[in-house]
Write a protein of this length. Structure first.
Length: 457
């Protein structure tokens, strides 16, 4: 037969079947072509390290869910070497099935515009600082740039990619389903755009596994082993429905300057020095959180607002014995209900630096320093708290903080019910209290308020 380049130069629609062997490009793909090989033995490559193996550009009339002959379809091939394995531009839609990409020096697939789809594909990096799939407009693109999108399903990324999947610009969109990442520094990195990740696993990376800056990221049923953080969001919209993070070096999730953040069904085990959840100047809604074995903090929130429902935090440790808090809340408006916090080296719930905290229905056990503490002009209003076996005292107030407690049942504290540094406007108000050891109630800044009367009949 004629060379592959000559075959692809024919007008389409076109179907080309390739026998096993090596085919040396580069190759330009017409808009309507099927290119099918015989599996890993069918290899497309370029001479030397430079150049792009495959280029596809031009209009297409096919629908995204039906890659017929009116789009580009690659099946049962290996694409090796080159600067890029595949470049997609124009309004073309390129679909690959059972295609492997390996050995590229800059990246496997670059989508400047159009659509790239991959099913059961493999991306392997042998060179660090490369990218697997990049969605990015060219520098000379008009503003706004043409849309670009990708759909990846049942696909794996292996090796030291800097980012396995990267989105840049508001016009970038990605749907990622059933993906496996092993070795990339970052599995998915976003600078703008919209991505939805469903059923994915990432391990063996050094950076944030999933990172979004000024974009919109939705995650469902994702597992992350190791990494610096499982999820990092900055000035972004983030939804996470089902996340397991194990052994994060810094934190399970880190959120900065973000609004409309929803986190539900989150499990963080063995997080590092920045806590299981690190929330900074963000508005965050957390539902059904489970934390085990966190270093320094379970949840630390500084600034913004936090709504927390149904959380369990167990085993917060501190190397220096100074921190180790279950909930560490500073300069934040927090509404917390239905929490269980056990085995902390520090405070189970700390409100400080002008925080405004409402706490309802809390079970606090073996809090190393105190069950509840206010400091530096913070306000903590707690109702329905059971505190058991506090390491030092149940309640603590200092730094002109305001602590109000009602319906508290406390037992087993080593140094009594309350410690207060009654300077300035520091105040402790106590309602219904049941405690075995009531030491500390006599402090000058402690007052009692009347129990609520019976409801009218």
């Amino acid at each position: 037969m004629r060379s592959l380049a000559e075959a692809l130069a024919r007008p389409g629609p076109l179907t080309v079947h390739l026998a096993a062997g090596e085919y040396r490009g580069p190759f330009t793909l017409p808009a309507d072509v099927r290119l099918e090989g015989e599996g890993p033995a069918t290899v497309l490559l370029v001479e030397g390290p430079e150049g792009t193996v495959l280029r596809a550009a031009g209009p297409t009339g096919g629908s995204p869910g039906n890659p017929g002959v009116d789009g580009v379809l690659l099946r049962n091939l290996e694409v090796r070497g080159g600067t890029w394995g595949l470049e997609v531009a124009g309004s073309v839609r390129v679909s690959v099935e059972k295609v492997g990409f390996s050995g590229q020096r800059q990246g496997a697939v670059r989508v400047n515009s159009g659509r790239f789809e991959a099913v059961d594909a493999r991306f392997e990096a042998s060179v660090s600082e490369t990218v697997g799939v990049l969605l990015e407009a060219p520098e000379d693109a008009p503003s706004p740039s043409p849309p670009r999108s990708t759909w990846l399903r049942g696909t794996s990324f292996t090796g030291p990619f800097r980012r396995a999947v990267r989105l840049r610009g508001a016009e970038s969109q990605a749907l990622l389903e059933d993906l496996r990442f092993s070795g990339p520094v970052t599995a998915v990195g976003m600078d703008g755009g919209h991505a939805e990740v469903r059923r994915a696993g990432a391990e063996g990376g050094r950076g944030a596994a999933f990172s979004v800056v000024e974009g919109n990221l939705v995650m469902r049923d994702v597992r992350v082993l190791g990494h610096e953080l499982a999820v990092s969001a900055m000035r972004a919209r983030l939804e996470v429905h089902g996340l397991l993070s194990v052994g994060a070096e810094r934190a399970g999730l880190g959120v900065v300057a973000s609004r409309g953040v929803l986190l539900e069904d989150i499990v963080v085990r063995g997080s590092g020095s920045h806590g299981a959840l690190q929330l900074t100047t963000s508005d965050v809604d957390v539902r059904r959180l489970h934390v085990e074995g966190a270093a320094e903090y379970g949840v630390v929130a500084v600034g913004g607002s936090l709504r927390l429902r149904d959380a369990t935090v167990v085993g917060v440790r501190s190397a220096d014995g100074v921190t180790g808090d279950g909930l560490h809340l500073r300069q934040v408006r927090a509404d917390v209900e239905g929490v269980v916090i056990r085995h902390t080296t520090g405070v189970c719930v700390l409100a400080a630096q002008n925080a405004r905290v409402l706490l309802r229905d809390a079970e606090l056990e073996r809090c190393g320093q105190a069950a509840l503490m206010v400091d530096t002009l913070a306000t903590l209003d707690a109702t329905g708290v059971e505190a058991r076996d506090s390491g030092e005292t149940v309640l603590a107030a200092m730094g002109e903080g305001d602590l109000r407690v009602d319906a508290l049942h406390a037992r087993g504290s080593r140094q009594g019910l309350l410690w207060a540094e009654c300077t300035g406007v520091t105040r402790v108000r106590l309602g219904r209290i049941r405690a075995e050891d009531r030491r500390g109630e006599e402090a000058a800044c402690v007052e009692r308020f009347a129990e609520p009367g019976p409801a009218p009949r």
